[in-house]
Design a protein around this ligand. Structure first.
Ligand SMILES: [Zn+2]
Ligand SMILES: [Zn+2]
Length: 261
């Protein structure tokens, strides 16, 4: 048996991550249309009809936009924090009550175990996720203003890390965003820069090989090459680059999947 981990889309235009083994399959976030999500799942050999459920990290529309449609169409349970249900507005209200599930403690779907931790971000109750599968661990940390020591402890030693590299600070400073938005993005409840991503990774990598997906890149304030080079150089400078494989998660199409055995 193997576990496939695959970001299906990443960034403010919509986020979704597929995780599945031969028996159980879940979607994390659903910020694309129902049709697009189905297409992306099919491109990775799965489909909405096979999903056990959808887990939502927070209520921003780039993470929940298609959740109502898919939940109704495929009768899927949706799991998220009480604060996210409260703040999710019409999209989450449209989900049948029997499919509205609270994410209060760990969840398991067969061999896939899910746990969560709180993130600093400007949403009601945003969470990062830890997915355990046997001895393997996958960590998802996007939409994060600043990491905490607690967060670093939780994700330390993960085999797959999907971590936000949202912006290049110079591109953000000289870019088109209005002042209030620049302040929000770089604030402690905003988004993680490429440099902060490198620093976080350098603190949570141990000696073993690891797959890193740089995720939630800004279209205006970042560039995939700059994000990759910044993080690679940072890890090299700290002597933490050996055995680290870095992919930049694609914005509009499924990324190269990673298989855990
Ligand atoms: Zn987002
Ligand atoms: Zn967000």
């Amino acid at each position: 048996m193997s576990l496939m981990v695959c970001p299906l889309a990443s960034g403010s235009s919509g986020n979704a991550i597929y995780i599945g083994d031969e028996k159980n399959k879940i979607l994390i976030d659903c910020g694309l249309s129902g049709k697009k999500t189905e297409e992306l799942l099919q491109s990775r050999g799965s489909s909405c009809s096979e999903l056990d459920g959808i887990i939502l990290t927070h209520e921003h529309s780039d993470h929940i936009k298609g959740a109502g449609i898919l939940a109704r169409r495929w009768k899927l349970p949706i799991f998220t924090r009480p604060g996210t249900w409260g703040a999710g507005g019409e999209i989450l209200d449209s989900i049948p009550t029997s499919q509205q599930k609270l994410l209060l403690s760990g969840l398991s779907f067969g061999k896939i175990e899910i746990d969560f931790f709180h993130l600093s971000h400007d949403a009601a109750e945003p969470v990062g996720l830890l997915i355990r599968w046997g001895k393997n661990q996958v960590a998802l940390v996007t939409d994060l203003g600043e990491p905490s020591p607690e967060l670093e402890k939780r994700i330390y030693g993960s085999d797959v890390l999907i971590v936000e590299a949202n912006h290049d600070p110079d591109m953000l400073a000289s870019g088109p965003y209005p002042h209030f938005l620049k302040k929000r993005v770089r604030g402690s409840h905003g988004h993680l820069s490429n440099d902060d991503c490198g620093l976080l990774l350098s603190r949570v990598l141990n000696e073993k090989p690891v797959q890193v997906y740089l995720a939630h890149l800004s279209e205006q304030n970042n560039d995939p090459q700059i994000a990759r080079l910044t993080v690679e150089n940072f890890l090299k400078g700290k002597g933490k680059d050996s055995g680290v494989k870095i992919e930049v998660a694609s914005r509009y199409c499924a990324s190269f999947p990673f298989e855990l055995l």
